[in-house]
Ligand binder design. Sequence first.
Ligand code: GLP
Length: 267
Amino acid sequence: MEIIILENEKAVYTEASARIVDWIQKKPDVMIGLATGNTMIGIYENLIAEYRRSQLDFSSVKTVNLDEYLGLDPADPSSFHSYMHRYLFKHVNMDPNNILIPDPLPEDVEEECDAYEQTIKEKGGIDVQLLGIGRDGHIGFNEPSSSLSARTRVKTLTDETLKDNFGSNKGPRFAITMGIGTIMEAKEIVLVAVGEEKAKAISSMVEGPVTASCPASALQLHPRVKVVCDNAAARDLERAEYYKWIWEHKKEVEKPHLLFRKKEKET
Ligand code: GLP
């Protein structure tokens, strides 16, 4: 895992959105796995700003969302369909045919989940997956005790998640979510966290054991994960200074052979 600890929220959103812009520039038909939640809003604002400033082209970009509440009308303002249109899609030149979000009102839920997996594969698989993290260490809606190899399916939300997302436990109790197994197949993962309420989840994910009690900890087994967080979210990391050193010396860390060459010349 590459742990990138930055001064403040703004720097976190800048770094995370830069990773996505890089992908779009390198691969115009990139498939981006998208997340929702407050943390993502700053990233989407930066992408919209880049679209307006430099005509960053979304016309061939494919997106696939992590999850959606089951039983909510897509037009409901609390649905992730509404969220995505509000915070990103309606502001950029996305082709609606390239957008994939679980159907919250499917005729057959199991068929919808299987078809979701199938469509991701047919479209070429996820290149880069954006993730937030719940206070309990959930990613997507894979709550604690989720199988670490699960595919897209229905999950029951915890009271804590309902309170975080709806202000009370009266919100929709079920959601369709990509499984950890689905998420782990993305080529690259960018997980973003800000604020001290995420500190416990971040330390369990990065420095705790791999366990279904913290579903995000499964990312320790993925070869290309960037965790971009602010000082507050990094507060409980024991090795924060080590991660910061690596980030500050990124060029040397990534190209150590250049250092050796320099030494060779000196001798
Ligand atoms: C929801 C989403 C997650 C998101 C989490 C954190 O539960 N399903 O994908 O990571 O919220 O949201 P926030 O960024 O608002 O803290």
